[in-house]
Design a protein around this ligand. Sequence first.
Ligand SMILES: O=C(O)CCC(=O)C(=O)O
Ligand SMILES: [Fe+2]
Length: 205
Amino acid sequence: MTEAMKQNYPPNLLPKNGQVYYFGKLLNEAEAEDFFELLLKEVSWKHDEVMIFGRKITTARKTAWYGDKEFEYTYSKMTKKAMLWLPELALLRQKVEQETALVFNSCLLNLYHSGEEGMSWHSDAEAELGRQPAIASVSLGAERKFVLKHKQTGEKLELQLEQGSLLLMAGETQTHWLHSLPKTKKVKEPRINLTFRNIKKWKTP
Ligand SMILES: O=C(O)CCC(=O)C(=O)O
Ligand SMILES: [Fe+2]
């Protein structure tokens, strides 16, 4: 990321060791609702399989993975093969690329059916993303809390991810910070999250 690109960015929200930018609404209410409905219908949603303490667990949330090629990508110790872009996903990627002045070749989608589903503490530091990966996150549907926690000091940063919003994690964020989407009984509505990523090293089957 060059200094010129960063000029149009909102302020960095992290106190140290990385960059987190909250761009606010990338889509207006009507656009966000349309994308939500379309993606709910068109995406090939599957329950996720992850390894936790050496056991294969099927998660309640559903996921999908799209990319420029049929990349293989290892996430939570499970290897997955990307599907090719849907037109509406390609359109969202274009908006994200325009806003951030970055390029992304893949997208991981998560469907949380309600606040009873979330994502536990992790960082997205997979080898495929290379060093200092930029990860752009678009939120649709229910507004949820997103928390970052410094790996050494435990410092926390809490954000509300609004419907239609764009968040960008960059620089050393994945090395020094964990993030999570806490479960909450207060939210009854579903949410779709899209994380656009740039796979640098891939194996094509
Ligand atoms: O749903 C979210 O906002 C977070 C998703 C996430 O951290 C991931 O897909 O790696
Ligand atoms: Fe993540």
